[in-house]
Design a protein. Structure first.
Lengths: 268, 409
């Protein structure tokens, strides 16, 4: 009953058995400025969830609260509760380093480390002690690069610098790096905004393949992209979650006027 | 969108006023290029002047006039066990015999040490006659190089006719320490002192400076205290070096009673001076590491320390090293603070360790430049050349390290 009152946004979803992540009444402040206002949302394991909305609407900010990347911003403050598998990620007992390994992130601009391709992928497993030896690490690197659809392109030059790859390859390397630590959730913050259409198509294809294995949340400016890759879409506007539902519903039959205006291109 | 009351006239791109403007623009470009070129030429000329003067004056310091002395060892009665005094006496007697009365004064005060070394190398020398080239006295040395007074010139021309003079490379200058006689001074003592002092400075200033920079950039919260610390560090970097000397005197010598005139105290004092430079350079280098690298590492669950040591520091290292070398180069050339902590003493032996009394290159130059004897002029210039070579070597090392660690992202 309580949930019904707090979920202020127009939300219509068939209830999940157990959502992977749940956010309840999450507000984010930068100093005195309120960037996110009372957002409540469930992220499911099986679906790709897209966050759409005009620039500055807070979708990236909200995404970054899901793995506490906002902690690195000096005056940011988060209210409300976010749970991963029923565990409050803002609880003092939650180890933020482990949380970020479980909830991986891919950033807007490809940001490989200025190290070799191999080292880029191996870094995460190494710091978390996920590989017992050299051969195990080799296997993890190969598997991650394969899942990221990059293996065929780089298998002969694993020792070359990751920064020497093309933009799209770099972004897939970043995805390989994120999945190398076997996260449960992958957050993608506009992963294709710096890429050309062909590279974008490859990333979208990759998202399709990764779906189901990881819970995926993607922030995008591009509404066609949201329609293509996601099963659920949340529309953010001015720090509020305006509407959240099945992607097909949101795009064909939005209930809220603001959503309809945005989707039909009235503003954005 | 109606037209405004006074529509603008179309721009006349070919008109006279426009042509004049273009000409003025070209003239300004040319003027600026010439000014820049002039500035470069002036600084290059200064540098060339410095180098030419120093090398011209100092080259003589690396050369030494030697006098040929025939020694009939069996007649001198020297034994393998003879003391230095006995050797000195025998050498003086031989010189008197060959060059007339006062012949011994043509040789440098330490000329006999070369005979001693020769005997040590080959004791069979004592059984035969041998001709040795020994360092000449200062007045002979300067006169033979063309800077002497009239009296010495006469002696030199007399000796030159007997063909007993030559100049050779002055290895003694590179291996011995300070002395009262300019013919027998060496730079090794001051060089080693500088080296030890620099090691102490680097060992203290580098880790403390880098850790401070990391803490201030990556850990400290921005508030009034960090602002205060930042301003203090910037001010510290601008404090005149002699003040650091006074601080070193008060703290290290008077309070902690560390040994006077030792590289450890010099190093500590110079470390105080160098640290702010390293902190400032380090902070700038750390700041210039793109935040996306930190995000990337944090995003896969690296801890703060892992982010700093695996990613930020390696990328910031070239910048930090550059700043460190600039600070160290300044410390190497620093004289004033070292004078305050008693490093101006006359030290005739190279320092054995960081707690032994030592001299350093810039102070040695300062001391020699103060000497009255003419022989010290070229020694001063030679010491300056050694200091410059030391600096160049340090800068070369910095450039090498920077290129080695430089990575692009």
């Amino acid at each position: 009953m309580n949930d019904m009152q707090t979920m202020t946004a127009e939300t219509r979803l068939s209830n999940d058995a157990a959502p992977k992540m749940t956010a309840r009444d999450v507000s984010v402040y930068y100093g005195a400025k309120k960037a996110i206002d009372c957002v409540s949302i469930d992220v499911s394991q099986e679906h790709v969830t897209a966050f759409i909305g005009p620039s500055g609407c807070g979708k990236s900010t909200f995404l970054r609260t899901l793995n506490r990347m906002n902690d690195t911003i000096a005056n940011a403050r988060v209210d409300g509760a976010i749970e991963l598998d029923g565990e409050n990620i803002y609880a003092p007992s939650m180890d933020v380093v482990q949380l970020r390994a479980r909830v991986g992130m891919v950033f807007q601009k490809p940001n490989p480390f200025p190290k070799s391709i191999y080292e880029n992928v191996a870094y995460g497993p190494r710091i978390h002690g996920l590989a017992a030896g050299r051969s195990e690490m080799d296997a993890i690197v190969e598997q991650s690069l394969k899942r990221a659809g990059l293996w065929e392109e780089v298998k002969d030059r694993l020792q070359e610098s990751g920064t020497a790859l093309s933009g799209g390859q770099q972004q897939r390397l970043c995805i390989a790096r994120a999945i190398a630590v076997e996260p449960e959730v992958i957050l993608m913050d506009e992963p294709c905004s710096a890429l050309d259409p062909i590279a974008t198509a490859k990333i979208e294809e990759l998202i399709h393949e990764l779906r189901g294995r990881y819970a995926i949340v993607i922030v995008t400016h591009n509404m066609q992209q949201a329609a293509r890759v996601s099963q659920r879409t949340a529309f953010f506007h001015l720090g509020n979650l305006v509407e959240y539902g099945e992607t097909s519903e949101i795009f064909t039959n939005p209930r809220v006027e603001r959503t309809k205006d945005y989707i039909t291109g009235r503003y954005g | 969108m109606s037209e405004t009351a006074s529509p603008r006239a179309p721009t006349d791109w070919k008109g006279n006023a426009m042509q004049r403007r273009i000409r003025r623009r070209y003239a300004a470009e040319r003027r600026f290029r010439w000014l820049g070129l002039g500035a470069i030429l002036i600084s290059a000329a200064f540098l060339a002047f410095l180098l030419v003067t120093m090398i011209g004056k100092g080259a003589g310091g690396f050369r030494q006039t030697e006098i040929r002395l025939d020694l009939d060892f069996p007649r001198t009665g020297l034994l393998a066990s003879s003391t230095g005094g006995e050797i000195e006496g025998a050498v003086a007697a031989a010189a008197d015999a060959q060059f007339g009365p006062d012949g011994a004064r043509l040789l440098s005060d330490s000329a006999w040490t070369r005979v001693e070394r020769a005997i040590e190398r080959d004791p069979s020398l004592l059984q035969r006659k041998e001709t040795l080239w020994l360092a000449a006295a200062t007045n002979v040395d300067t006169a033979y190089k063309g800077n002497g007074d009239a009296g010495s010139e006469a002696i030199v021309s007399r000796l030159d006719q007997r063909d007993v003079l030559r100049t050779s490379f002055n290895t003694d200058f590179l291996v011995s320490a300070d002395a009262t006689d300019p013919a027998s001074v060496g730079i090794w003592g001051a060089f080693k002192g500088s080296l030890l002092t620099m090691i102490v400075t680097l060992a203290l200033a580098f880790p403390i400076g880098v850790l401070s920079a990391v803490y201030l950039e990556e850990y400290a919260k921005r508030n009034r205290w960090t602002d205060f610390v930042e301003v203090s560090i910037n001010n510290l970097a601008a404090v005149p070096s002699i003040i650091f000397g006074l601080l070193g005197l008060a703290v290290f010598l008077n309070t902690l009673h560390l040994p006077r005139s030792a590289p450890i105290v010099g190093g500590l004092t110079l470390a105080l001076m160098t640290m702010p430079v390293i902190v400032i350079a380090g902070r700038n280098a750390i700041k210039s590491v793109p935040p996306s690298i930190r995000d990337a590492a944090l995003g896969i669950g690296a801890s703060k320390v892992q982010v700093v040591f695996h990613h930020v520091l390696p990328l910031a290292l070239p910048g930090i090293l550059t700043g460190t070398i600039i600070g160290m180069a300044r410390a190497l050339g620093e004289t004033a603070p070292l004078l305050m902590i008693g490093m101006r003493a006359f030290i005739a032996t190279p320092p054995a360790g960081i707690a032994a009394p030592a001299s350093v290159l810039p102070v040695q130059i300062f001391l020699w430049s103060d000497e009255v004897s003419r022989g010290f002029v070229e020694k001063t210039s030679a010491a300056i050349i050694v200091l410059l070579v030391f600096l160049l070597a340090m800068n070369g090392l910095a450039i090498y390290l920077r290129n080695k660690f430089e990575r692009r992202w």
